[in-house]
Design a protein around this ligand. Structure first.
Ligand code: ZN
Length: 658
């Protein structure tokens, strides 16, 4: 998965066309800016396609409560209690306590829980404990969870040396230590199929019973999360008759069967059918998918996206896919780690129609699935860039002052203005379509060998692949870049983000924890250090320049920087292919975790002066089904007028079963 770099350098949307009058920007609270995305092209879809999307977006919204519970066992109770107070409060709604409470609730909605969606630290309530206790009459236990900073401080703890399971507040393990969980899954994996391993543990809570037995509480229509999953399944079944082809109906059948049984072999069959189903215009993801929320990287959070192809933009990505073999053969990676045959990298550009679960309101701008290594190796993967979301990011960040403040000089500013948006999109395509799909594990290497460092290394691998190739003559040759200088805009943006601007998302004194941020820091700091004295003229390839107390990133030799990216790509691929845990740990801990305190403070101060919200998320559009007297859908229309709180309250009312 690829997240938007929040710090969009881009001030003009070169590659996106703007629809007149669409309001991309909505309300702002805490560190969040709410945006809207435009589902352009929906009205032109056929009635069958619109109806299909309508039922699928219902299925997407029904999974919301699952994620709240996965993110922490008090989240649903807190949400219900707070929504009740929010709606029924008779006191002064302008009072300091109520205002602070309102912000807290908006943050809780945004994160699907009481921890920050990105940094994963627990929110600090700015309303008083006494006020909240008096208004809700809630228990001491709840007050302690809310107000005691020692209780459940992190959703996902990645601090080396601690018991990551016991110290993480995410709700994937009950009464189990990290050592017990690791031993349990080591045994399960050893007993399972080694050639085609299922995604062990991805759809269950690992529980230790009162008498000490460790077992998996599976998430199925009859098990845990059964009420929500039953509604998801109901809507998938309503969607099925409107699927675009027989293969897509088979995809739905397999998904339903998997939700009903929890059988992970069925899940693999479902992902294979899904990956092979590339023809339909409308497609969807619905299920337990990404494992970033589990400190051990196994348990998958529930998410959904419904989308349809953006036909014009898809051509660009298809050009990359058509040349996938050329890219694999010519990469700087050692031959033994390359795929002999790069299969089925299906690339496309999509427009999101709805976001649900872990993709809402904070979302990814690209998706690459499935996550199973052997399914990817044998059946390929689907890779998408979500055009209407990147468009919304680009449009909403125009003129926010970020570019002027942090870019080194006029030459760099001009490059970014001219090619920034364009190369950002291409970088995402390369990362998703080719980067994640390239390379192979050596036989017998455990796909989980890199453990907690696996996600960072995987993202670095995909990013380096993109950085290496965006500077290749092939880009101009294929008509994907207008000239041999355009890629420099991408280098400027990525290095500036990795070395400087991405840390505006982190509290002063904290370290980098999130995998995508670690990956960006890893690449940039590694290149900074390893490029010393390696520019063509003997200077440093890249340097941090201080001017009037402000730090800037200056790239002295773009070609040499590309060479460095190639070297690091080769090493990262070796680490991945051989499962070299020690090397992964050394790279990540050396370059990707620590932040220089003084630099951090300076960047935060400069950023604060710009007054930009560091995080963004999306309000969904609202779909209305128009029906005839027999209940058949005759049309589906889309509107963009629902407010943020209004939407959250409606979802809680219409898509929640106690
Ligand atoms: Zn990625």
């Amino acid at each position: 998965m690829l997240f938007s770099s929040v710090i969009a350098l881009v001030s003009c949307g070169g590659s996106v066309k703007q629809e007149e009058g669409f309001n991309y920007i909505d309300e702002r609270f805490a560190d969040i800016q709410m945006l809207r995305y435009n589902v352009e092209g929906f009205d032109e879809l056929s009635l069958q396609q619109k109806t299909f999307i309508y039922h699928l977006q219902e299925a997407a919204l029904w999974g919301r409560d699952i994620l709240f519970d996965q993110n922490g066992r008090y989240n649903l109770e807190l949400r219900r209690m707070m929504e009740k107070l929010y709606q029924e409060y008779q006191g002064d709604r302008e009072s300091t306590d109520f205002k602070a409470f309102e912000t807290y609730l908006k943050r809780l909605w945004f994160s699907s829980g009481m921890h920050h969606h990105y940094g994963s630290e627990k929110f600090v309530p700015e309303f008083s404990k006494e006020w909240f206790a008096a208004e809700t009459g809630c228990s001491e236990e709840i007050l302690n969870v809310l107000f005691n900073p020692e209780v459940m401080p992190k959703r996902v703890n990645q601090a080396q040396g601690e018991d990551l399971v016991l110290t993480s507040a995410s709700n994937y393990y009950q009464g189990v230590t990290q050592a017990e969980a690791e031993a349990y899954y080591a045994r399960v994996k050893a007993e399972g199929d080694q050639q085609h391993p299922v995604m062990h543990g991805m759809n269950s809570t690992l529980v230790k019973s009162a008498d000490g037995v460790i077992y998996e509480d599976r998430w199925t229509t009859n098990g845990k999360y059964g009420k929500s999953l039953t509604k998801v399944v109901e809507n998938l079944k309503l969607a099925r008759p409107f699927a675009e082809d027989a293969k897509q109906q088979e995809v739905i059948d397999l998904l339903v069967s998997y939700y009903e049984t929890g059988d992970l072999h069925t899940f693999d069959q479902y992902t294979i059918a899904w990956v092979e189903n590339t023809d339909p215009l409308v497609d969807f993801v619905n299920g337990f998918t990404e494992s970033y929320g589990d400190p051990l990287g196994m348990k998958a959070s529930w998410e959904s996206i419904v989308n349809f192809k953006d036909l014009a933009a898809t051509k660009r990505a298809e050009q990359l896919s058509a040349n996938a073999q050329w890219f694999e053969v010519n990469s700087p990676v050692a031959p033994e780690f390359k795929k002999e045959e790069v299969k089925g990298v299906s690339a496309k550009v999509i427009r999101a129609a709805i976001l649900g679960g872990d993709l809402y309101p904070s979302t990814a701008i690209g998706i690459n699935l499935p996550n199973s290594n052997w399914v990817r190796a044998e059946h390929g993967s689907k890779s998408v860039t979500i055009a209407n979301l990147t468009q919304a990011y680009a449009e909403s960040s125009k003129g926010n002052g970020m570019l002027k403040e942090f870019v080194y000089g006029a030459e760099e500013e001009e490059l970014v203005k001219q090619y920034g948006a364009f190369t950002d999109d291409l970088h995402t395509d390369l990362h998703e379509c080719l980067g994640h799909g390239s390379g192979k594990l050596l036989p017998g290497v455990d796909p989980e060998a890199l453990k907690a460092y696996g996600s960072t290394i995987e993202e670095a691998r995909a990013d380096l692949f993109a950085l290496y190739y965006i500077a290749d003559d092939k880009m101009v040759e294929l008509g994907l870049l207008p000239n041999a200088d355009a890629y420099k805009a991408c280098y400027i943006g990525q290095m500036q983000n990795g070395l400087l601007t991405q840390i505006v998302r982190i509290k002063l004194g904290d370290q980098i924890e999130e995998a995508h941020m670690r990956n960006r820091a890893l690449i940039a700091y590694w290149a900074l250090e390893n490029g010393k004295g390696r520019a063509a003229d003997g200077k440093d390839v890249m340097e941090m320049v201080n001017r009037d107390g402000k730090t800037y990133v200056r790239i002295n030799d773009y070609a040499a920087l590309r060479t460095l990216f190639g070297e690091l790509l080769a090493e990262i691929q070796r680490i991945k292919s051989t499962g070299d845990f020690e090397a992964a740990r050394d790279l990540v801990e050396t370059y990707a975790v620590k932040i220089d305190y003084d630099l951090h403070k300076e960047v935060l101060d400069r950023y604060a002066n710009l007054d930009i919200a560091p995080y963004k998320g999306f309000i969904n559009p609202v779909y209305t089904a128009h029906k005839d007297t027999d209940g058949n859908i005759t049309d589906v229309t889309v509107s963009y007028t629902e407010g943020y709180a209004e939407q959250m309250l409606r979802y809680s009312k219409d898509y929640s079963l106690e």
